[in-house]
Design a binder for this molecule. Sequence first.
Ligand code: 13P
Length: 261
Amino acid sequence: MTRKPLVAGNWKMNLNHLEAIALVQKIAFSLPEKYYSKVDVAVIPPFTDIRSVQTLVDGDKLLLTYGAQDVSQHASGAYTGEVSASMLAKLGCTYAVIGHSERREHHDESDEVVNKKVRAALKNELTPILCVGEPLEVREAGDHITHTTTQLIEGLKGLKSEQVADIVVAYEPVWAIGTGRVATPADAEEVCAALRSALAEKYGADLAAGVRVLYGGSVKSGNIAELIGCENVDGALVGGASLDGDEFTKLCAMAAGGPLP
Ligand SMILES: O=C(CO)COP(=O)(O)O
């Protein structure tokens, strides 16, 4: 099955709404429309920027999509500081990144919380980008496959097959995030293939063949082609390189199969 690649730029806690507008305009101006037939492009800004991004995307009929970096596990109510999936859906978000290692580490998000967030997102027709990934010590101990497949299966617990078919998985080894130390294509392929096999075992080979599995961790325009060339890597979740319009545009073009003209 051919899976259309997805490149999603996770801005993390960077760029205010004015800077967000400038960056989206830059991407829209620099990436010719024809590339969108070969790659799906998304930006994942901070919550405070989403309304501005929505206005631009809707107003100018841009082909890029957008999403949020997190979502509340709760539907509504007395949860100060939280943002619900229905609020994000109302803003036109396509995606919600869930279980990023920075949230697991700094906000103590367990697989159980990640699972609740995945359910909340799906209930509101947001596509979860479910992140998994091992810290360095787990990789050095040779336990990275067990670690990441367990995170994936626990994150999906209790979901129906048709719900699982709608998710995106992102493999982000913690030791490669923001370090400039990108996983080798062989390392990325090993884990992405194992994640797909885990899906196949639980939900069937046909379903698993349709789920996009992204790689994230120090992805740039110069290394995306070899990563995406791997059979089981269907795109990238990009941090630092997504903050620079020229670099991100180049990266998206490379993911679509060729450099910009
Ligand atoms: O965490 C990441 C994307 O979610 C990866 O970040 P970097 O691309 O900055 O390494």
